[in-house]
Design a protein. Sequence first.
Length: 289
Amino acid sequence: MLDFLTRLRRSPFTEEQRKHLRSSAPVNSAGYDPWGLNHETTERTLRYARWLYDDYFRVETVGTENIPKGRVLLVPNHSGQLPIDGILISMAMLLEADPPRIVRGMVERWFPTIPFIGTLFIRCGQVVGDPENCVELLRREQAIMVFPEGTRGSGKTWWHRYKLQSFGTGFLRIALQTRSPIVPVAVIGGEETYPAIHNAAFLARLMGVPYFPVTPFFPLLGPVGMLPLPVRIQIRFGSPLRFMGDWDAPDDEIAEMVATVRDAVQEQLDAGLADRPRLRSLTAIAGSP
């Protein structure tokens, strides 16, 4: 407890790191950038969220040296029902990357409508996943995080753990348009934090959300069942991929490049699972419901 309180009192950054962060993502005189980022909110939130990163999920990062300076697209697998994977990747970029980077995650359009949480995410740099937002931020040399699986990835049930869903193509066209490198990212352990055994589609439609996961603990245990399990997480950053070509090329040409990115993400997933034999064996079991 004493260690936790000490962390809350001190900044997670040196003065040099803080100056770099603020210069790399400038804000106006009111303290906000055009998308709502506020550096003070980001830093305060990080002080609290660091406990989740260091102590609850005990995150291990591999390959942060692969992250190029300047504009970059981070392309991870999606998992875990809740946006824990995106939060932890963002924190890894702030705490482990050298220099630290603010990640501008592209979120679903319905996400900012969530009371308090939606506003907090926007203040911490997350942005509605509109192509124009993404292109403009890349032109400003920002680090963008996109999940090409969309809700197909985050809403997977237990039986489809670590099986990549189909990737959209929009991110690849944006990478070509802005000449941005793509870094494949894998999150290992996220699938076990909230093991969904069923998607209650009727309740999802009723509540206006993409899916409504049912787990062995939720809704049986009520609000307590909504807590993610404290599974150790590994985040792996692969080597950057650079593509050349016309961003308005035919779909089949773009699809070939997308397949290359998908294979690179799968390669990082396989490497992470190889480091975690128990997760690999559970994944094999989950292949047959």
